[in-house]
Design a protein around this ligand. Structure first.
Ligand code: FES
Ligand SMILES: [Fe+2]
Length: 446
């Protein structure tokens, strides 16, 4: 269950360099990252269109990547610009190129339709580089599905049991939480009033073991898997719940969770604080404590994943604390299903259905099960008039092969948002794919 038309964090900015290309699997797709000579991050499909070698094992030639096997060379747009020993480079020779943005110390990637990639849609993580805050974090590898981690962060009653030496106290699990649906996500709020501070807060905020604090956890989830926690504590009775946090400490726990495969996850997180910002040891202390706690989470979730794989359909019993997690999962499922519905359906050249329609299917995220048709193109929403033609959105008009052959440019309007799928180049040159590709280019150049 992947949402594709959204921004994901792909790497910390220091991981993407010119010295060494970075290979990373995202949403089941291999991607290679590098920087151009002027420092711009580039993300390309890490699978040469010739014989599928890993480009990340090749080398950079200026802003281009040279495949380590037979030397096909690709520019940052994914177009093959050189085939050694061959004068003409077929227009089909290319790999997928993904839009990227460097922001908040991370490299963001758009895995869906490039035409929809708008940097303004990147989630707000300004605490990462805000001068009034300090933040330190890392990437952890989770051997588990990303939604399990979202559920973990949306129900902090587990702190009592999983993190008793760092973040948890007995009272957390006993304290009810409130959840609400926001326009773009879900918010879970919990106030733990008049109770001792956990060990981590005692160290960070200097609270005494016998001193009671009012502690807050305000957790915002947005799709597909961004979780920002506003957490902190203040001396009880000083008005923190009414907005006066001056007698306490305030932090943000920032989580950008990116699926690697159906069963594994890249966990980018950081802990930010706005007190003692001139003390690097405080930033380190907070990071270390949360790091310890998160390793405990990963252990639990990985074991959970093992059980789920043994019997995926085993029933689950829900409890009150699950409210936020359930709402988020439902919202995510709806978004993925909506994307799948518009992620259509019949091959434009009419030679084969583009795959079995399966709303919400795992894997491709486009709503189609593999195998794809022989040329492997993905199609996103058809034009309005095509929608009218088939109100159930089950097919786009099948264009006859002979029309394609006669004049590919006539198809240009229909190719709106037709993008090569992961398999588009795998099966080698195909006359019809070539025609489609040229038509798309003709449209782009028009
Ligand atoms: S596999 Fe890349 S050039 Fe042959
Ligand atoms: Fe946890």
């Amino acid at each position: 269950m992947f949402l594709r038309n959204c921004w994901y964090v792909a790497a910390w900015n220091h991981e993407v360099t010119r010295q060494k290309m970075l290979r990373r699997t995202l949403l089941n797709e291999p991607v290679v990252f590098y920087r151009t000579e002027d420092g711009r991050p580039v993300a390309l499909e890490d699978r040469c269109c010739h014989r599928h070698a890993q480009l990340s094992r090749g080398k950079l030639v200026g802003d281009n990547v040279q495949c380590p096997y037979h030397g096909f060379t690709y520019d940052p747009s994914g177009t093959c610009v050189l085939i050694p020993g061959q004068a003409k480079v077929p227009s089909e020779a290319r790999v997928k190129s993904y839009p990227t943005v460097e922001r908040y110390r991370w490299i963001w990637i758009w895995m869906g339709d490039p035409a929809l990639a708008d940097p303004a849609k990147i989630e707000d993580f300004h605490w990462m580089d805000d001068p009034d805050w300090r933040a330190q974090g890392e990437r952890l590898q989770l051997k588990g599905n990303y939604v399990l981690l979202v559920e973990n962060l949306l129900d902090l009653s587990h702190l009592t049991f999983v993190h008793p030496t760092t973040l948890g106290t007995d009272k957390i699990a006993q304290t009810p939480m409130k959840w609400e649906k926001l326009n773009t996500g879900v918010r879970v709020t919990r106030w733990i009033m008049e109770s001792p501070a956990p060990p981590f807060f005692q160290k960070a905020g200097g609270f005494k073991p016998d001193e009671n604090v009012d502690r807050w956890q305000i957790i915002d989830w947005t799709a597909p898997a961004f979780v920002r926690l506003d957490v902190g504590a203040a001396v009880s009775g000083t008005g923190a719940r009414d907005g006066n946090r001056s007698r306490g400490i305030e932090m943000r726990n920032l989580n950008a969770i990116t699926p690697e495969t159906d069963k594994t996850t890249h966990y980018f997180w950081a802990q930010a604080h706005n007190f003692k910002t001139d003390k690097p040891w405080m930033t380190e202390l907070l990071y270390q404590n949360v790091h310890t706690a998160f390793l405990e989470d990963l252990e639990i979730i990985q074991a959970q994943q093992e059980n789920i794989e043994m019997r995926p359909d085993a029933p689950r019993i829900d409890m009150t604390h699950d409210g936020g997690g359930i709402a988020a999962r439902r919202m995510l499922e709806e978004l993925v299903a909506a994307e799948a519905r518009t992620g259509l359906v019949r091959c434009l050249v009419g030679c084969a259905p583009a795959g079995k329609y399966s709303e919400g299917s795992h894997g491709s995220g486009t709503g189609f099960d593999r195998p794809r048709p022989h040329h492997g193109w993905d199609y996103s929403p058809p034009l309005a008039r095509d929608r009218r033609r088939d109100r159930r959105h089950r097919s786009v008009p099948a264009v006859r092969r002979r029309d394609v052959r006669r004049d590919p440019r006539r198809l240009a309007p229909l190719l709106y948002r037709a993008v090569p799928g992961p398999d588009a180049q795998r099966t080698g040159p195909d006359a019809l794919c070539g025609a489609l590709w040229r038509a798309r280019q003709a449209r782009d150049q028009a």
